[in-house]
Write a protein that binds this ligand. Structure first.
Ligand code: NAI
Length: 332
């Protein structure tokens, strides 16, 4: 298949070229890499490709799909798990196949959530700078033992389950909310509760459910009011799971005591790119960055060697299956 890659970074190129080279010669695909995001303006680059391969912030709406269909593109391959950015109904109506990578490394994202928690709790991001400047004072760096604390996990799918395993290892009590109770979580001693109980009892809350119309602004002013004062909130799921303005208000009062974000509601305008020489126009993000108890990373939860290799292998295998008209379990 001739595949046009959009929003390509050097690391994508490396992992996909390695995965393609590992295939037997007749099964290899033709890979064409574009740095540009896929938009109606850049869609022309997709001339004569059978498939486009896109990432989390490429917005695949009906208009874009029409542009792709008009150019003969038959497949949209998402090199990510989430698919909230794709108008699936429109794709189906136009006969465009959409595939994704549902699982590549749940460890990568769960471990990143833990990295955010540990950094926020023990203030290592601040300690790093202090010590380098000759400031060896401990004021302001006080943390708490994770042991014995209550962790609330919203969404115990692949990533949430790995996080539950890690947090039970720390000696935390783990509460969870999910429509589907996970057997491994149950075995670990995770207690499934109603959202209200999770909000009321958790010292740390971490979000691992997909973004859907039902989960948009799942974290809003009403549920924040139920939370323990000083709660730590971690979001490595999708930005819009959180109502950013409600969270800013709660950070100002201290109701939220620490916030770790790997995703942000308006991230597609900023994340994955270097904007260090520009004036950032996003006032909510800039306000968040002023809090000493907020840590934001730029959607890097997935970013491990193992995950990149798995994403490339699964994406190419998805496309081979579609090309050969074989069953593709990752077809949406
Ligand atoms: P998964 O599909 O294995 O698990 C999601 C779980 O959420 C399911 O058990 C589902 O029943 C549950 N769920 C759905 N609606 C819910 C609700 N209203 N309340 C509670 N639970 C609910 O997905 P996986 O692989 O664990 O990924 C979770 C999310 O993490 C993805 O949807 C994606 O948005 C995000 N993600 C973030 C990455 C990053 O780099 N930061 C990388 C990969 C995924």
């Amino acid at each position: 298949m001739r595949i046009g890659f959009f929003s390509t970074k050097p690391y994508d190129k490396t992992s996909f070229m390695n995965a393609n080279a590992a295939l037997a010669k007749p099964q290899r695909h033709e890979l064409i890499f574009f740095e540009a995001a896929l938009t109606p303006q850049t869609c022309g680059l997709a001339e004569q490709v059978d498939a486009v391969c896109v990432f989390v912030n490429d917005q695949i709406d009906a208009h874009l799909l029409r542009c792709l269909a008009g150019r003969g593109v038959k497949v949209v391959a998402l090199r990510c798990a989430g698919f909230n950015q794709v108008d699936l109904a429109a794709a189906h109506a136009m006969g465009i196949v959409v595939v994704r990578v549902p699982a590549y490394s749940p460890y990568a994202v769960a471990e990143h959530a833990v990295a955010l928690m540990l950094t926020l709790n023990r203030h290592t991001h601040r300690a790093y700078n202090r010590v380098r400047e000759g400031n060896f004072a401990l004021n302001g760096l006080l943390g708490f033992d994770l042991y014995g604390k209550t962790m609330g996990i919203i969404g115990t799918g692949r990533i949430g389950t790995v996080l539950a395993r890690i947090m039970t290892g720390f000696g935390c009590t783990v509460l969870a909310c999910d429509q589907v109770e996970n057997a491994e979580c149950r075995q670990l001693g995770v207690r499934y509760v109603e959202p209200t109980a999770l909000f009321q009892q958790s010292d740390i809350i971490s979000l691992h459910c997909p973004l859907t119309p039902a989960t948009r602004h799942l974290i809003n002013q009403h549920c924040i009011a139920l939370m323990k004062p000083g709660v730590m909130l971690i979001n490595t799921g999708r930005g819009a799971l959180i109502d950013t303005s409600a969270v800013i208000a709660a950070l100002k009062t201290g109701q939220i005591g620490a916030l770790g974000l790997d995703v942000y509601e308006q991230e597609e305008l900023l994340f994955f790119e270097d904007h260090s020489n520009e004036i950032i126009q996003d006032d909510a993000l800039e306000r968040l960055l002023t809090f000493p108890n907020v840590l934001i990373t730029s959607h890097q939860g997935f970013f491990t060697r193992e995950a990149l290799a798995a994403i490339a292998e699964t994406t190419l295998s998805n496309l081979s299956q579609i090309e050969q008209h074989a069953a593709c379990p990752n077809r949406l």
